[in-house]
Design a protein around this ligand. Structure first.
Ligand code: ADE
Ligand code: ZN
Length: 336
């Protein structure tokens, strides 16, 4: 690790855009396939890794959902969560708000509570090591709205174990508006609201997510830049964007990291945060994303503290935990 990377990897951050199923490393796919007697359509870890060349969000999602077939028991989800939290900790993450795609498991016959309990086990283990966090039940927007509502109702008695709800999967053609009743019910249950919008879809989806779903945070949101009035609103209302640079390049949303709009978003005073999305598939965890950006934009080195503080401000951590996270950043800044 280069000296500047040591600084980046020790920067205390909050990860706010992370799909736990997207942390399923090829080695774990094979380990769980063997434990659970699941036949895989790839011969080896290397053969699976060779498939990690995507041309769009959908081309990634096809493989992402296929690999999940190995996740079957509470223990599997605990292992998945623990391995992510260990890797994230090594990259400076001290608070993680984690998406899980319950429907991708229930439609295969896995009980949503097994998923939830396994991930809560992992978070408990993470808390003992110094990472706080919570779980965000994310609805698959390319599946029926009624199924999302059923999933939410099936976990309504566990609302206290959830931080919030989100909206993900194939974006174009599935506008946020469709999910208005689902988000209204989630709000009634006291859950926090976030949504993917403006990744491949237009800026209008970001507006819908804010106005119709009541989203408090927008996941990706980079296409908001096409709508100056929307950008001004995001700035004025301090609505966070959880940006995922390596993901954007891997999914061909942006041609290269050097063309990523992170500096533009910072210049426009947007509450932007850096996150890893699906790190097992996109070539890196949170600090790898930061390091890639600093490589592409050396000027960003001076904005690392701001990005870390943005992640704390944009999080749903308690005020007390936020103060602790800011104190960790103070300590980092005094060493830097
Ligand atoms: N599910 C997992 N990763 C995703 C992404 N980048 N966009 C939408 N849905 C996802
Ligand atoms: Zn995502």
């Amino acid at each position: 690790m280069a000296p500047s990377n040591t600084r980046i990897f020790s920067l205390p951050t909050a990860e706010l855009h992370l799909h736990i199923e997207g942390t399923l490393e090829p080695e774990l796919v094979f380990e769980l396939a063997e434990n659970n007697g699941v036949a895989l359509p790839f011969d080896s870890v290397e053969a699976l890794r060779e498939r990690y060349q995507f041309t769009s969000l959908q081309s990634f999602l096809d493989l992402y959902y296929d690999c999940m077939s190995v996740l079957q028991t509470r223990a599997d989800f605990r292992t998945l969560g623990e391995r992510y939290l260990e890797r994230a900790y090594e990259q400076g993450v001290r608070h993680a708000e984690i998406f899980f795609d319950a429907q991708a498991h229930t439609i295969r016959g896995v009980d949503a509570e097994e998923v939830l309990d396994g991930l809560l086990d992992a978070l408990e283990a993470g808390a003992r090591k110094g990472i706080s966090g919570g779980l965000i039940l994310s609805f698959l927007r390319d599946r029926p709205v009624a199924e999302a509502l059923e999933t939410l109702e099936s976990l309504a008695h566990r609302a206290g174990d959830l931080l919030g709800v989100g909206l993900d999967s194939a974006e174009v053609g599935y506008p946020p508006e469709l999910f208005t009743p689902v988000f209204a019910r989630a709000k009634e249950l006291g859950l926090r609201l976030v949504a993917h919008a403006g990744e491949e879809g237009p800026a209008a989806y970001v507006r819908e997510a804010l106005d119709l779903l009541g989203a408090e945070r927008i996941d990706h949101g980079i296409r908001s830049l096409e709508d100056p009035e929307l950008i001004e609103r995001l700035r004025r209302e301090r609505i966070p964007l959880t940006v995922c640079p390596l993901s954007n390049v891997k999914l061909a949303v942006i041609p290269t990291l050097a063309e990523h709009p992170i500096l533009d978003l910072l210049d426009k005073e947007i509450l932007v945060t850096v996150n890893s999305d699906d790190p097992a598939y996109f070539g890196g965890y949170l600090a790898d994303n930061m390091a890639g950006l600093v490589d592409a934009f050396p000027a960003l080195d001076g904005a690392l503290e701001r990005l870390a503080r943005n992640s704390v401000e944009a999080s749903f951590a308690s005020d007390e935990r936020k103060a602790e996270l800011h104190a960790l950043i103070d300590e980092w800044a005094s060493r830097a």
